[in-house]
Each structure stands twice: as C-alpha cells, then as structure tokens.
Design a protein around this ligand. Structure first.
Ligand SMILES: Cc1cc2nc3c(=O)[nH]c(=O)nc-3n(C[C@H](O)[C@H](O)[C@H](O)COP(=O)(O)OP(=O)(O)OC[C@H]3O[C@@H](n4cnc5c(N)ncnc54)[C@H](O)[C@@H]3O)c2cc1C
Length: 509
C-alpha cells in the first residue's frame, strides 16, 4: 500500500460543529485531515473570544437540549464537564411574564404531548386558546420528516398551516410565533411549514423531556472547542485558521458515467491536495464559495444554492453596575418588535466567570434582527436596556458599565417556504465531495448544533465508505416515536398510500 492508500488526504472546509465533528472522527481513523477555517479561530457560529478588557463574549449563547444525544456522547468521550444543570425558562411579552416551563423530566412522564400541555404554566393564555392547537396534531402525525412530507409542507408558510388547522390568533401570536422566532429565527409568514413541524416536534413534542436544556458554564469556545481542537491535533488532524476556501480543482474522468472527482482545494493561491472534501460551511459561506469557484459554478445544484437565504442575528452582552434579581436564568421574549424575537440570559447564574461579579451580566440575543443591525452600538444597548426593564423592572435603576455588540449578518439558515428543493443532500455530483451543516437534507431528524454535528459525522462516514479506510462513526438516532405516535403515523401512511393508489390527486401538494 502506498502512503495515499494508508493515509488518504481529506480537506474539511469550515470549523463549526459539522467541520470539527467530521475532522475529529477522520483523524481518529488515521486520515490525513486538514480543516480549513476562514475565521481567526474555530467554532463558527458558536465561537467565543475575549474583548480588549479580557471579558468573554461569543456569537450568541447556545443551549443544548435534551435530545442532543450525539453531542452529549461526544462531551463524555472528550472527558469534559462544561454544562450547567437542567434549567427552567420563562417567556416575556411587553405585558410581563407569560409562560414558565418546568424541568419536564422531573415531572411524572405522560404520553406526548400531554406533559407539555399540562405542565407548562401559562400566566394569561386562556385554556380555550390552548385547546385550539388540538387539530394541529394531525399535521404533526402527517409530517414524518420523509422527503415526501417535506415536499408536501415546505411550500406552505407556517402561519398558513396554523391558520388552516384552526389555531387561535392569540395562541399563534403568544406561543407558536415566539417559538418560531427563537427556533427558526423568523416569523411564521417567512418560515416553511415543514421546518416548523420538524423543529417543534424535535424540541418540544416528540417526548416530554425534550424541551429541557443545559447551557455551557462559559463560552462554548472555551468550555468545549479549545479542548476538542487539542484532541483533534493529538489525533493527527491539522486545524488551519485564516484560510478562506475559494475554489476546488477537479480531475478529468474517464468513463462518461463517472462522476467528477475533486483533487484539490484552493484558498486563493494556496492549494491543498485532497482525496475527498467535506464542505461544512453555512448557507452564506457556501454561496460565496460557489460565486468565486469556476469549478462549482458548472454544476446546477451548486448554482441553485443562490435560491437559499440566511438571517441576520445580533448578540449583545451588558455589564451592569449592580445585581438585579432575575427570576430564571434563560428567557425568551416576544411582541417587542413585529418580526424579531429575542432571548436574555442571566450569566451570573449560568457562567462561572460571572458568578461572583458585583453587577448583573446579561446576554441578550436578537433573531431576525434586520432592522437592528444598522443601528449604532449605543442605540442598540439603550434598546436592550429598555426591553430588559420591561421584563424585569428593577433594571431601570441599574447602569450599563460595559457592553459588547456582535452583528451577525446573514448568519443562520433561513428555512423559508419553498427552500427545501434547493438544500443539498450529503452527497453531491462530485464523487468525493460531501456536504454537512445545519441546513443539509438529512433524515436523522435533529436540528441546530446537534444536526450540524450529526451531518459532520454522516459526511465522515461517506468518506470512509468511499475511501475504505477506518471504521464509521456510531451515530445515535433520535429517540423513537412514542408507541401511540408510531401507530398513528403508520395508520396515516397506510391511508395515504391506499388513497394515492386508487384516487387521482390533481391538487397541489
Ligand atoms: C445567536 C445564535 C443563537 C443560537 N442558539 C442556538 C442554541 O441555543 N442551540 C443550538 O443548538 N443552536 C443554536 N444556534 C444555531 C447554531 O449555532 C448552528 O446551528 C450551528 O452552530 C451550525 O454549525 P455549522 O457547523 O453547521 O456551521 P457554522 O457554525 O456556521 O460553521 C461554518 C464555518 O465555516 C467557516 N467558513 C465559511 N466560509 C468559509 C470558507 N470559504 N472557507 C473556510 N471556512 C469558511 C465559517 O467561518 C464558520 O466557522 C444559534 C445561532 C446563533 C447565531
């Protein structure tokens, strides 16, 4: 065996959860892996860094939900202990506290979705409005994350779906839309109904404890990625920052049916040889690569990526001159701006660094923050202070003594209606070019950081299948449907198959 056969060269592009996940597994399996990251440090959307004053900041705070089974397994394998205990959370509107969520796994377990329905404490929303969600259960059953289900529900907006199923205006405004704004980063009229159903099922409805969440006791960069990158390097992987990939080189191929193969990755003038390539960049990053790549522009699937969109996010951190008592550490807010949701976190309660700080340290992140990004930092901080005071009035007397504003234009995936046909699956027209990241089509069923990590492992497994060296990563599936949901889905599929066989279907999906 020559050197290339024993240690094939793999280039991974982008050092977020997806890229690091793929790199770590392949390095452990003996591949010669090089991870190229455009930014100054690894982490992607989850990166953390220090301000000039030495204070930790990050691109928004990140929660780890109960169903993140693969990430929790990785953390155990890395021997890390980064997380808080499970935390309760609140929801605020300009009228004050609206909802309190308990730690669901501490309550007697009920068949889903009864626990979510009964244990969530709504302060104002009448029972009749909450009951108007019942007919929507049909869509939850019907949407089983299959390709056919995505094609049925993706062209419809989430708002239209909730309207069709009779959800009351108040339940939509005070419960579903806030969940969409913090879960899919966009208001209901801009979200695909398929993405809304998939996200709500994964984070809230599939099993009673799914909404339980932990946070890192510092930035994710510091608590997880620093040590993870060290372990990647110990396993032989190379992580190179400040390397922006601009193009790939492809080999001419013999047979007409053979797919083209990538044999090099370019960062401007610098070229890295590759036996396989994994793209692990976000939607906007991939669009920029395609725009600069004479090679990728030849393939319609890559040109079609220009039909996808991404969303602006704003992450702020405020240091106050005094401690303000905050009922719960993590809080979601709605109704402050028409199309923007936001969350705020008590970092004195969550982060070790601020536990004994003399004043409150608050992270406030705004999703779908288009209209906020052009504002001056000082106006942004004044707005955050105002909004915080609306939720917790004692903030009125507290003074902001330091602050950080991180603008993230076109940063997170927009699962807009009609976007599904343009999202790429893990395999592409390039025989040895694989996709990963939180926007890739996968049947795993996870979302956000867990999905990014899982698709990174899936891409690593495709490389292993193709190049034949090493063992595939064990990917833990999502917890199976509860038996009554499984039964309902099976019955629904049978009826669907039967009717489509015997009845003409002239209607739009
Ligand atoms: C404010 C905010 C809050 C969030 N909250 C949560 C949460 O609570 N829980 C949760 O699970 N998820 C949350 N998310 C979503 C989560 O951050 C993402 O789902 C996840 O980090 C995506 O990881 P990724 O590896 O797919 O991509 P990314 O993290 O986007 O990584 C892609 C990397 O590719 C690099 N790159 C781009 N172009 C190039 C190029 N040409 N060459 C080389 N490198 C390139 C980028 O610099 C980046 O480092 C949040 C996101 C934001 C912004």
């Amino acid at each position: 065996m020559n050197q290339t056969q024993t240690h094939p060269k793999v280039v991974v592009v982008g050092a977020g959860w997806a890229g690091l996940g793929a790199t770590y597994h392949l390095a452990q399996q003996g591949y010669n892996v090089t991870l190229l990251e455009a930014g100054g440090y690894p982490g992607g959307l989850v990166a953390g860094w220090k301000t000039a004053q030495g204070r930790s900041v990050e691109a928004g705070i990140h929660g780890f939900w109960y169903p993140y089974r693969n990430i929790f397994a990785l953390i155990k394998h890395l021997g890390l202990n980064p997380f808080t205990d499970w935390t309760c959370s609140c929801q605020y509107s300009p009228a004050g506290l609206e909802v309190e969520s308990p730690i669901f796994q501490q309550k007697s377990r009920l068949p889903t979705p009864l626990g979510t329905f009964l244990y969530t404490r709504f302060k104002r929303l009448p029972l009749s409005d909450r009951l108007s969600a019942l007919p929507l259960l049909y869509a939850v059953i019907d949407f089983d994350n299959s390709d056919a289900a995505w094609r049925r529900y993706d062209p419809v907006t989430a708002r239209e779906l909730f309207k069709q199923f009779g959800v009351s205006a108040r339940l939509y405004k005070e419960s579903f839309e806030p969940m969409l704004l913090v879960g899919l980063f966009a208001p209901g009229e801009q979200c695909s109904a398929a993405a809304a159903l998939g996200m709500l099922y994964y984070f809230i409805l599939a099993h009673q404890p799914d909404f339980d969440v932990v946070w890192c006791r510092g930035t994710v960069g510091e608590m997880i990625f620093r040590s993870w990158v060290e372990q990647i390097e110990q396993a032989g992987g190379r992580v190179l920052t400040q390397r922006r990939v601009t193009d790939v080189m492809i080999k001419t191929h013999a047979g007409e049916d053979a797919k083209p193969q990538i044999n090099g990755v370019a960062c401007g003038e610098e070229v890295f040889e590759a036996d396989a390539v994994i793209f692990a960049v976000g939607v906007t990053g991939m669009q920029k690569i395609v725009s600069s790549s004479a090679t990728l522009r030849q393939f319609p699937e890559f040109c079609n990526l220009m039909n996808l969109r991404a969303i602006d996010v704003l992450a702020t951190r405020l240091w106050f001159d005094r401690k303000v008592p905050i009922p719960l550490p993590s809080n979601a807010c709605f109704g402050f701006d028409a199309t923007t949701g936001w969350t705020f976190f008590d970092l004195n309660a969550l982060h070790d660094e601020w536990k004994d700080a003399p004043g409150s340290v608050i992270e406030a992140d705004f999703y779908h923050a288009n209209q906020l990004l052009p504002m001056d930092d000082k106006d942004i901080i004044a707005k955050v202070h105002r909004d915080l005071t609306t939720c917790v009035p004692q903030f009125r007397h507290a003074k902001v003594i330091d602050s950080s504003v991180v603008r993230l234009p076109k940063a997170v995936t927009h699962f807009s209606p009609g976007s599904y046909p343009f999202m790429l699956p893990g395999r592409t027209s390039l025989a040895n070019g694989f996709m990963s990241g939180d926007w890739i089509v996968t049947r795993h069923g996870s979302w956000s950081q867990e999905k990014a990590y899982v698709t990174g492992l899936e891409a690593a497994n495709r490389v292993i299948e193709q190049l034949g060296v090493g063992m595939p990563a064990d990917i833990i599936g999502v917890e199976p449907d509860e038996s009554h949901i499984e039964f309902a889905r099976h019955a629904n599929r049978t009826i669907r198959d039967w009717t489509s066989r015997w009845l003409p279907t002239p209607w739009l999906p």
